[in-house]
Design a binder for this molecule. Structure first.
Ligand code: HEC
Ligand code: HEC
Ligand code: HEC
Length: 130
């Protein structure tokens, strides 16, 4: 009986692994969001928001409920003054939870000319990489 039970357990593990591999990645979790609603019009490079990088550190609801970010690339009107006053990205990028808004280039790192949309994956995306 023993080897048989082992095989069944093995098959269950294998199934779980296959199921995990087969589940399609939710794009929003993996992609980077490029935001260029106002940046370039105001003379700045577009913003790269590495969604995956943040998603593994915080729960969805921190940003999508508590901070009020709508779940749509380009769905928010974010002004730099709001960020400096501690709203949106500035809730964390305040020099305490994360580095401060003075580091313009760390956020405004997108290639000029790119339109607002969700891009790539966490492996290909990221500041300065496209
Ligand atoms: C640190 C903040 C933060 C966290 C945590 C976060 N998001 Fe987001 N999410 C954003 C921002 C910012 C955008 C882009 C909004 C914009 O472009 O105005 C976004 C965009 C999205 C979009 C829209 C993508 C598209 O194709 O238009 C979806 C869907 C989404 N998030 C789902 C999630 C889910 C699900 C989680 C948790 C698993 C999560 N987010 C966690 C900040 C966050
Ligand atoms: C809920 C908190 C939170 C919010 C909201 C948030 N961030 Fe961050 N962000 C962090 C933390 C924490 C780090 C890591 C900081 C560090 O390494 O010192 C980070 C890092 C980053 C990085 C660097 C990623 C890397 O690969 O090193 C970028 C770029 C960034 N944030 C952009 C943004 C932008 C743009 C927004 C708003 C659209 C935003 N963040 C909103 C917490 C947040
Ligand atoms: C933590 C991320 C982050 C940092 C750091 C940051 N920005 Fe922004 N900024 C954003 C986001 C997100 C937007 C909204 C992008 C859009 O709509 O195109 C934005 C928009 C802007 C805009 C256009 C909207 C407006 O309010 O006029 C300007 C100009 C701007 N930023 C300048 C700056 C300058 C200058 C710095 C450095 C002193 C800076 N930003 C640092 C995230 C950041």
């Amino acid at each position: 009986m023993k080897p048989c039970r082992g095989a069944v357990a093995g098959a269950i593990v294998l199934l779980a692994v296959l199921q995990f591999l087969a589940s399609p990645p939710a794009r929003a979790e993996y992609g980077d969001v490029l935001i260029n609603k106002r940046s370039e019009k105001e003379g700045m490079r577009p913003v790269v928001f590495p969604h995956w990088f943040h998603r593994i550190r915080f729960r969805c609801k921190v940003c999508h409920n508590e901070l009020g970010f709508k779940m749509r690339a380009g769905g928010n009107d974010v002004l730099m003054v709001d960020i400096i006053e501690g709203k949106f990205c500035g809730m964390c990028h305040n020099g305490q939870i994360a580095w401060s808004p003075e580091n313009c280039d760390l956020c405004h790192s997108g290639k000029p000319g790119l339109q607002t949309k969700i891009f790539g994956s966490h492996q290909t995306g990221g500041p300065g990489r496209w």
